[in-house]
Ligand binder design. Structure first.
Ligand SMILES: [Ca+2]
Ligand SMILES: [Ca+2]
Length: 184
């Protein structure tokens, strides 16, 4: 697949991964580190309404699992641009690993575990990763990922959006919504 990817498509793909890395730099130090993922879990759990203790623990474990997957051992710090480049190369590689990171992420955002992401749950998550995003932007992202317009994001819709974001090289509105509006 990557044999036929043009330079322009590569640049677009890198831009998506750059956006993702910036969104995940929760402590705003210009690096991705384990601390960012711990903070993501902490803030998600703090802001989710009526979350169970069991679910909180699941969310911490999932985010630390994602940090491990990216290679963020304690003390490791990767500059955002480098992290974006590594992520882009990995996702465009034919041997890309198949761990179900996006499934894990879905479960973290679905804080009441009913199998759907509601607009309220989505807002909590997006306020964690995009502190500067307006409610309008968040609603736009939600509606774009909610492709059947049912008012909730199903696991299938979420995974489809994740696949478009991580594996697609064409410009799509989904890619411009999955982590919010793409950064330059
Ligand atoms: Ca950071
Ligand atoms: Ca839910």
């Amino acid at each position: 697949m990557n044999m036929s990817v043009t330079e322009q498509q590569k640049a677009y793909h890198l831009r998506k991964l750059r956006t993702r890395c910036h969104r995940m730099d929760i402590n705003h130090d210009g690096y991705l580190s384990r601390e960012d993922f711990e903070l993501m879990a902490k803030r998600l759990v703090e802001h989710a309404s009526g979350i169970t203790k069991e679910k909180s623990e699941e969310i911490y474990a999932a985010f630390l699992g994602i940090a491990d997957y990216i290679g963020l051992k304690p003390g490791v710090k990767i500059p955002l641009e480098e992290a974006a480049k590594i992520g882009s190369d990995r996702r465009l590689s034919p041997e890309q690993p198949t761990e179900n990171i996006d499934d894990l992420l879905f479960d973290c955002i679905d804080t009441n575990s009913d199998g759907h992401i509601s607009i309220e749950e989505f807002k909590v998550y997006f306020k964690v990763i995009g502190h500067d995003m307006s409610d309008e932007e968040i609603k736009h992202s939600f509606d774009t990922i909610d492709s059947n317009g049912g008012g909730e994001i199903s696991r299938e819709e979420f995974i489809a959006a994740a696949n478009d974001f991580y594996c697609g090289v064409e410009e799509t509105e989904l890619s411009n919504a999955f982590y919010g509006k793409l950064l330059p």
